[in-house]
Design a protein around this ligand. Structure first.
Ligand SMILES: [Zn+2]
Length: 110
């Protein structure tokens, strides 16, 4: 499963950054255009964190909406999938948001 590998690398990055400190909360940003299913990450999170310093940590997922700017007419618009064209009919657009996949916050117990 795609999300399993992603969740594993996220957890690994958190462990490397936080050392032995028990993690209480993790907040991830997963853009709606990233191709990653947030619910699957939630499901994998409990499995992957078992036995690590993240065991029992709560997981929060923020899903930024896709935004793009048209290179032809300059309009900015929201899009929920990559097939959406600009109002002017152009497919020549630059993605501004929605492809994020990052760790936004990690809270540890002190
Ligand atoms: Zn346009």
């Amino acid at each position: 499963m795609h999300e399993m590998a992603i969740t594993q690398s996220v957890i690994q990055a958190v462990c490397e950054r936080m050392g032995d400190a028990p993690v209480q909360r993790v907040c991830l940003e997963i853009g709606t255009l990233s191709g990653v299913v947030a619910d699957s990450v939630r499901f994998c999170f409990d499995l992957v964190t078992a036995g690590t310093t993240l065991e029992g940590a709560s997981l929060e997922i923020i899903q930024p909406t896709g935004r793009a700017r048209c290179r032809d007419c300059g309009a900015e618009f929201e899009l929920n999938d990559l097939l959406v064209l600009c109002e002017c009919g152009s497919a020549n657009r630059e993605l501004l948001a929605g492809e994020e996949l990052k760790i936004r916050e990690v809270e540890v117990l002190v």
